[in-house]
Design a protein around this ligand. Structure first.
Ligand code: MN
Length: 139
């Protein structure tokens, strides 16, 4: 089964780009157009990764990420911030909120794929298996 990516994005053009792009690579995309909905879908669908636009209606991406990271049942899901806002201090704010990475708009497809792959590639799973095995041997 393909990995599931939750895309929190209110811009239809960006949504379409990401839906088409990841569809080609066999990922399933679920979509939220505001921050509150993103939290709901994170809880109910337990995606493998979240792409979080920062400027979102109802609740912005910073607040939504903080809520996700405060919830023990979903806090391990990596959140990648996506934002057009290149204001100074933004990078610091997204990392403080708990985002693992930071991507700026306009989205560079190569950068996006490489960043997502870092979290969803098979090598990640292999690393996890190795880690578990190490724990078992110790006990
Ligand atoms: Mn937006």
């Amino acid at each position: 089964m393909g990995k599931v990516i939750l895309m929190a994005e209110d811009d239809t053009k960006s949504l379409k780009l990401i839906r088409d792009l990841f569809g080609v690579f066999g990922y399933s995309i679920i979509e939220a157009t505001d921050g509150k909905r993103a939290i709901e879908l994170a809880k109910t669908k337990k995606p493998d990764l979240i792409l979080m636009d920062i400027q979102l209606p109802v609740m912005n991406g910073i607040e939504a990420t903080m809520m996700i990271k405060a919830d023990a049942t979903i806090r391990d899901i990596p959140v990648i911030a996506v934002t057009a806002n290149a204001m100074r201090g933004d990078e610091e704010r997204v990392f403080q909120a708990g985002c693992s990475e930071y991507i700026t708009k306009p989205i560079n497809i190569q950068t996006l794929l490489q960043t997502v792959d870092k979290y969803l590639s098979s090598s990640t799973s292999i690393a996890k298996i190795a880690q578990k095995r190490g724990r078992n041997e110790k006990s």
